[in-house]
Design a protein around this ligand. Structure first.
Ligand code: FAD
Length: 389
């Protein structure tokens, strides 16, 4: 019998990979510092994930999509980008007969809950909770990990899925490009007076970036990106003061806003690992690519990466009987790098341009919006957002 696959991290990417491999008939050991009760009932963390059609199809194939209550899935019909006080908007819609929406918004906690429930149904996934991976050794035949409780486990392959700050990546000797932006993204739910009509609005204002993501009628997720110090001050406001401050910052575009959850604060760091593989090891999810959340692609790319790895592991087993064969890992690395690097680089360039408050930056992005309003550019972006429709 082959050694199991060891996965470090039961976040959305680690869980999706575990389910995919288990369904392909492999034994999986999933190692996670949180305990199983927290994993089964993850708390609301403010994140509303914009899922593409491909991601929804992938979650359906895993058996997790139907575990998300339909009333917690919100349609995203259009996305609009605004620059400062200008009324010129760049808008993207589905523009296709196949689908009337760009994708769907689902809370991160609902995705995690559904994936964990699905993983719990798989007999060949063994969860080791409340422990973290503290040491890693690999040789050409296997990977061996030592956990915080002192136990040791061997696998044919070790996969790091332990976030953009991955310690397993470091234990494997893989360095990463890390860019701490000095800004934080605040996210929380609000009630609004003017309905959003299923449209996500992103607004690049001077000194702040704002977004409103459509949820239930007259309910939305407010997303505010600010310098770290300013973000900490906002996150500490009481509900009434917070509603007033959001109403002011959003310039009453949606009427008065009332906070219905507290704001969750995410200091922004983008990461890109210099390698996605090592001897008997691979990186997936944010451990491989930690995207800036502004283009809403982190989990979408992570999920695509897990599907790629499952596919290659299956074909590796068919050809060599070995899920951690170097050819499998090299193909995974090549495929996932070419699928992610252009989007990672483009997102960082957009963020750089749209958060540059100097006059030339403001003029260039206004020109950018004018150019991008031309039909071919808009269609290209819509196609990217609509993958899999
Ligand atoms: C505000 C915000 C909005 C976002 N919006 C979108 C969006 O609209 N669309 C989109 O596609 N993406 C979005 N993302 C990105 C998305 O949330 C991430 O890409 C996704 O959560 C990454 O999943 P992951 O499993 O790789 O990592 P994580 O979710 O970070 O999970 C990592 C897991 O590893 C565990 N762990 C940590 N250390 C260890 C260790 N030593 N050993 C074992 N386990 C360990 C952790 O406990 C955790 O469970 C957003 C992110 C943010 C912050």
């Amino acid at each position: 019998m082959t050694n199991p696959v060891l996965i470090g991290g039961a976040g959305p990417a680690g869980l999706a990979l575990a389910i995919g491999l288990a369904k392909a008939g492999l034994e999986v050991v999933l190692i996670e510092p949180q305990d199983k009760h927290r994993l089964a009932e993850p708390v609301f963390d403010g994140r509303e994930i914009a899922l593409t059609h491909s991601s929804i199809a992938a979650l359906r194939r895993l058996g997790a999509w139907d575990k998300i209550p339909a009333e917690n899935v919100f349609p995203l019909v259009e996305a609009r980008v605004l620059n400062g006080k200008s009324s010129l908007a760049l808008s993207f819609d589905a523009g296709s007969a196949n689908s009337r929406q760009l994708g769907s918004l689902v809370s991160n906690c609902d995705i995690r809950r559904a994936l964990f429930a699905t993983a719990s149904e798989q007999r060949n996934i063994r969860l080791l909770d409340d422990v973290r991976i503290e040491a890693v050794r690999t040789n050409p035949h296997q990977a061996q990990v030592t956990l915080s409780d002192g136990s040791e486990h061997c696998g044919s392959l070790l996969v790091a899925a332990d976030s953009r700050f991955s310690s397993i990546r470091g234990l494997l000797g893989i360095s990463a490009r890390m860019n701490r932006l000095g800004k934080s993204m605040l996210v929380g739910r609000v009630k609004i007076e003017e309905d959003h009509g299923g449209i996500a609005t992103e607004w690049f204002d001077n000194g702040q970036t704002l977004a409103l993501l459509p949820l239930a009628p007259k309910q939305a997720s407010a997303v505010v990106t600010l310098p770290d110090g300013e973000a900490t001050r906002l996150a500490a406001l009481d509900t009434v003061a917070l509603g007033q401050e959001l109403t002011r910052r959003f310039d009453r575009r949606f009427g008065a806003m009332r906070a219905i959850t507290s704001l969750h604060c995410y200091p922004l760091t983008t990461t890109y690992a210099h390698r996605f593989m090592a001897e008997r090891a691979a990186l997936i999810g944010d451990a491989a690519v930690g995207m800036h959340p502004v283009t809403a692609h982190g989990f979408n790319l992570g999920l695509a990466g897990t599907e790629r790895l499952v596919r290659l592991v299956r074909s590796g087993i068919a050809k060599t009987g070995d899920p951690g064969h170097p050819i499998v890992l090299k193909r995974f690395q090549a495929g996932h790098r070419s699928a992610t690097w252009p989007l990672y680089a483009a997102t960082n360039a957009i963020v750089g341009l749209y958060t540059d408050d100097r006059l030339p930056g403001r003029i260039v992005r206004q020109l950018g919006i004018r150019t991008a309003r031309l039909a071919p550019a808009r269609k290209a972006v819509s196609r990217m957002l609509m993958q899999g429709a």
